[in-house]
Design a protein around this ligand. Structure first.
Ligand SMILES: [Zn+2]
Length: 386
């Protein structure tokens, strides 16, 4: 069957690099089991990213609530910067040693996807951004990928199961296969209009058989006011100047009184494409760029052993706070002094955004719903530059 782990394998610590299991064996044999604090940080971010979003915390907490540990973490969807700890575990090392691999995997991939989605949504502004990339990844991951694309800022997800996970209706248009089976783009959109629920927006795919500008007019004439949008998925070999194809199609539609028809584009859309296409596009279907987003390279490092600061070369020792000024947004990393935080030079108050989340199995903070996390992400993203 599928080459994937069972969730129980993850909870049982089987998704671990074997060296952790060997370390555990040695520590048990030698009866060494210090209380440690271990933090998760990224020293660098992918590409030229200046900031990233932390996601995957909810899944990480689900894994960690079975362990005898305390956890402080940023809230799901928080912005963070390099070197800021995003999560800290406190507990006896033997109790969580074998979970490092899985915990990193949960937050590294999710954070990469949500950050990439946030960047693309920020570039697209008010235009629709749909997650279309499930097909590029193992299907067992589709709900995880699309949920993180959504909380990062995508307006919708394509896969039915992902829609269930975020409690939103999935979004989609029509596949080329429908048009090929029907033999005509116009017949396909007419059938779509006839068969499907009237509450679904009528969106025709128009790059299958003929030149886009003529197909756009054909479907607009066939459906009139009921045609909500057309999707250009023009193949790369035909694309030439994609912007000019869209601009020309817009001109022809306007000239004939079909100005209401919106333009969606899909097919290998990257961050670089969005600012170029924005003037002529109302929505983007984004696949690989988001589902195959670069991962955030978090590492987990011990920073305190039996109450004493201790870290490997290249890491700052000691438990830390990530302080953010409530007034001006200034940030700094400071020693964790149990709530003793100075005030900012602007007169505002610093808050530690690493908040206690888990206390020996007891969850201290309720996880927000995906739409609420997304709203908070969009709000934060307004003040950030790319
Ligand atoms: Zn301030």
């Amino acid at each position: 069957m599928f080459l994937t782990a069972d969730p129980k394998d993850i909870l049982d610590g089987k998704i671990t690099d074997v060296y952790f299991e060997r370390a555990l064996k040695i520590l048990k044999a030698k009866k060494v089991n210090p209380v440690v604090k271990a933090e998760f940080i990224a020293k660098n971010l992918p590409k030229d990213w200046q900031w990233a979003l932390l996601t995957g915390v909810g899944e990480a907490l689900d894994l960690m609530k079975q362990l005898k540990i305390r956890v402080r973490a940023l809230r799901e969807g928080s912005v963070f910067y390099p070197y800021e700890p995003v999560m800290e575990i406190e507990g006896r090392y033997q109790d969580f040693c074998v979970f490092e691999t899985a915990l990193l995997g949960l937050i590294c991939q999710a954070s990469g996807i949500s950050t990439q989605a946030a960047r693309m949504k920020k570039l697209a502004g008010d235009r629709l951004v749909m997650s279309f990339g499930a097909r590029r990844m193992h299907p067992i991951l589709a709900p995880m990928i699309e949920r993180n694309a959504f909380v990062g800022g995508c307006d919708g997800v394509a896969v039915i199961k992902s829609g269930e996970v975020i409690n939103e209706d999935p979004m989609g248009t029509m596949p080329h296969s429908l048009i090929l089976c029907m033999g005509s783009t116009v017949e396909a959109i007419k059938a779509y209009d006839e068969v499907l629920d009237p509450k679904l927006k009528r969106v025709a795919l128009i790059d299958t058989f003929q030149d886009e500008k003529f197909e756009v007019l054909n479907v607009a004439q066939a459906l009139g006011e009921r045609l909500f949008a057309v999707r250009f998925d023009t193949p790369g070999s035909r694309r030439g100047n994609f912007f000019r194809i869209l601009e020309e199609s817009r001109w022809e539609l306007e000239l004939r009184g079909f100005g209401h028809v919106k333009f969606y584009v899909s097919g290998g859309i990257t961050e670089e494409d969005i600012p170029v296409l924005n003037p002529v596009v109302h929505g983007y279907g984004i696949g690989t760029s988001i589902s195959n987003a670069p991962v955030v390279d978090f590492a987990m490092d011990i920073v305190e052993v039996d109450g004493k600061p201790l870290a490997k070369r290249g890491k700052w020792s000691g438990s830390k706070s990530v302080l953010v000024c409530a007034l001006c947004g200034a940030r700094k990393i400071a020693p964790n002094n149990d709530g003793d935080v100075s005030s900012c030079s602007c007169g505002g108050v610093f808050n530690d955004i690493l908040v206690p989340m888990l206390d020996y199995g007891k969850q201290l903070v309720e996880q927000e719903t995906p739409p609420r996390i997304r709203d908070a992400v969009l709000q934060q993203a307004k003040g950030l530059s790319l």
